[in-house]
Design a protein around this ligand. Sequence first.
Ligand SMILES: [Zn+2]
Length: 441
Amino acid sequence: MSMQGSVLTVGKCLACLEFILFPVWRGIGLSGGVAAGWSQSWGRCLRLEPNSPGQGAPIPAYDYPVWLVLCRGGRARLEEVCQRGRGAIRLPTELLRLKLPQLYENYQVPKVFREDGIMSGYRHPRSSARDCVLSSFSMNNETMNIWTHFLPTWYFLWRFCALSWSMNFLTDSYTWPLLVYMVLICIYPFTSSCAHTFSTMSPESRHICYFFDYGALSLYSLGCAISYGHYVIPDCWVNTFLHQHFVPIAVGNTIFCTSLSCYSRFLELQFPQRSKVLRTGAFIVPFIFDTVPLFYRILLCVGGNCSSSGALSSHCYHLLFAFLTCFLFTAHLPERLAPGRFDYIGHSHQLFHVSAVVGTHFQMEGVIADMMTRRKWLLTHGAAPSFLGTVGVLVLSFVLNLGIIGVFSAPLLWKPWHSAPQQHTAATATAPATARELKEQ
Ligand SMILES: [Zn+2]
C-alpha cells in the first residue's frame, strides 16, 4: 500500500470512530442546545478528514493540509485562521520544498576539509553562500559547531544590554574596560559561528574564515587583559611596572597570537602535528599572560589573604573550564576513540565550544563582581582607565589584526584569481559529485 493510500485509509477509519481522549474546547459563541466552552462528554471530538471530502483526493504528505477538527466549529475557526495568516501558515510547507544540500563522507572531500575522527556529514567543498546558510538548519558535522557559538552570542548580547541599562558606559571611564570586554565576548562567538557556516565555500574561504576566527579569539584575549589589568589585578601590583605595561604587552600578544595561528594553517597539510602545536601555543601564551594576576590572587587567597571571595570563585570556575577547553582542543576526544560515532553530535569541537562559552560566562561574572566590589579602592589607589588605554587600544588592535589577516589572505585570494578559475555557483555546489571529482578540486 502506498503512503498516500495508507494515510487516506487511516483518515477514513478515524472518522468512523468515536474517541475518548480529553475535554475539548467547543468554540466561542455557539448556542442552540449545545453549550459553548468545554465539552461535557469526552467523545466525538477528534476527527481526521481528507482535504476534499467525497472526491477521494489523495492526501500528499506535505503539500496539502490534513484537517484536524477538534470540535464543533473548530474547522470553521481553523479555516478562518488560515485565511488570515495564509502566508504564515504556508511557510513551513515552502521550507519543506527547499532542497537541502547533499552530504559527503570524509574520503569524498579534499584533505583540507577533513577533521580527525569525523567520517561523515561533510558539506560540499564548493558550497554557495546560500547552501552554507541552509546547511546550518540541517544536520551535518558543522551544524552544532555553528549553533553552539551562535546562541551564546545572543546570551552575551543580552547581558551586555542589561549592563548598559545599569551602567553609564558613555561617560563613566571606570566602566570602559568592561565595555571593551563585553564587546569582544559578543564578537568572538559570532565570528566563530560565521566561520563554521561559510568555511565550505572553497579551500581558500575555509582558511580565510578561520583567520577571522583566530583574529576574534586573539582580540578576546586582549579584552581579558584590559579587564584583568583594571579590575582583577592584585592590590599589591597596582602601579607597578607590570601593571602599567600590562595592556601594551597584551597588544603585542594579540599580534603574536593572530600571526602564529594564521601561519599554522599553512602547515596543516604537510606537518599537522607542528601546525597543532603552533596554534595551541599561539593561544596559550596570551592566556597565561592574562591570567598571571589572577593566579597570584588565588595564591594569596590560598595563603590566607583572601579578598573578594565571590569573584574569586567565579574566576576559579573559569580557569577550570579554560583547562577543559584546552584539553578538548588538543585531545580530539571522544571522536578519536570511536571514529564516526560522534560525527554529528558530541565531537570534541562542539564540546570545546560549549566549554569555552561556559568558561567565558564565569569569567564575565568574576570580572563584573571584581569591578563592582573594588571600585572605590582601585579608583583611590590607581589611575582611572583612559579612553585611549581601553577603546583606543581596541580600535588599534582591531586594525592591526585586520592587517595581519589581510596579509595571510592575500596569497589565497591571489592564487585562484591567476590560476584556473572555478565557478562557485549553486548548481555546482548542489550537483552530485563523485569522490574522484571532489578529490580533484
Ligand atoms: Zn570552532
